[in-house]
Design a protein around this ligand. Structure first.
Ligand SMILES: Nc1ncnc2c1ncn2[C@@H]1O[C@H](COP(=O)(O)OP(=O)(O)OP(=O)(O)O)[C@@H](O)[C@H]1O
Ligand SMILES: O=C(O)c1ccc[n+]([C@@H]2O[C@H](COP(=O)([O-])O)[C@@H](O)[C@H]2O)c1
Length: 189
């Protein structure tokens, strides 16, 4: 079983999340993508964040694919940091090949995540191209620290079974949606 883990605030979820998930499913030959709806990004001010239940319900509306599973596993296990989530999942599901999925914008600040090197050393990572982050992602600090870990995009089907550190950039159809823009449109800060 090959499962992609797509963590996010999903405040709100949008077509960019769905498109990125489909790209990952297809190009990485995944069986499932789990949307890990975060109890709260540890690097963000989460004071105005809608409830987890509300964000999960909205995420289910947008996902519309039986291979995409919307979960609150982080709330269930009391984890906010991705390294803790991954430790738990690797231990709990030793037979599953997990891949961490993130948009290219997130790679730029990945080196600020707690125990980010542990994440890279334990879990293959797919970085999905996103408008505005294409060129900057190639020089992200985390990517430059592990240059030999980068797979060619043609080798993407091998990522899930690659020995980490391993990461790949995926380019495909892109969607400019962003939660920030949608919140502004709805008159939220
Ligand atoms: N349009 C998109 N294309 C590719 N990846 C995306 C896109 N939108 C979000 N992502 C990725 O989805 C994950 C969850 O993102 P998140 O829920 O924060 O949405 P967001 O639109 O980035 O929100 P915000 O604008 O509040 O930062 C992150 O890894 C992010 O990079
Ligand atoms: O573990 C960390 O230090 C960490 C710091 C920032 C973000 N994350 C994770 O990155 C994912 C994307 O977050 P967001 O808010 O950009 O959608 C989500 O799963 C967060 O829990 C994780």
């Amino acid at each position: 079983m090959r499962i992609g883990l797509f963590g996010g605030s999903f405040d709100p979820p949008h077509e960019g999340h769905a498109l990125a998930s489909h790209l990952a499913l297809t190009r990485l030959r995944l069986d499932r993508v789990w949307w890990l709806v975060s109890p709260g990004n540890p690097l963000k001010n989460t004071s105005g964040l809608p409830s987890l239940a509300a964000r999960m319900a909205a995420a289910r509306e947008v996902a519309r694919d039986p291979r995409i599973v919307v979960t609150n596993v982080e709330a269930q296990i009391g984890a906010r940091y991705t390294a803790d989530t991954l430790r738990f999942l690797h231990r709990r599901c030793p037979g599953v090949r997990f891949v961490w999925i993130m948009g290219a914008d997130n790679l730029l600040q990945f080196h600020r995540w707690r125990r980010w090197e542990e994440i890279l050393r334990t879990t293959p990572i797919a970085v999905i191209d996103r408008p505005g982050a294409t060129l900057r992602a190639a020089c992200a600090k985390a990517a430059l620290r592990f240059p030999a870990a980068r797979l060619n995009e043609q080798a993407a089907p091998l990522l899930a079974s690659a020995r980490p550190p391993a990461f790949v950039y995926l380019h495909g159809p892109r969607d400019p949606s962003s939660s920030t823009a949608l919140r502004r449109k709805a008159g939220r800060p």
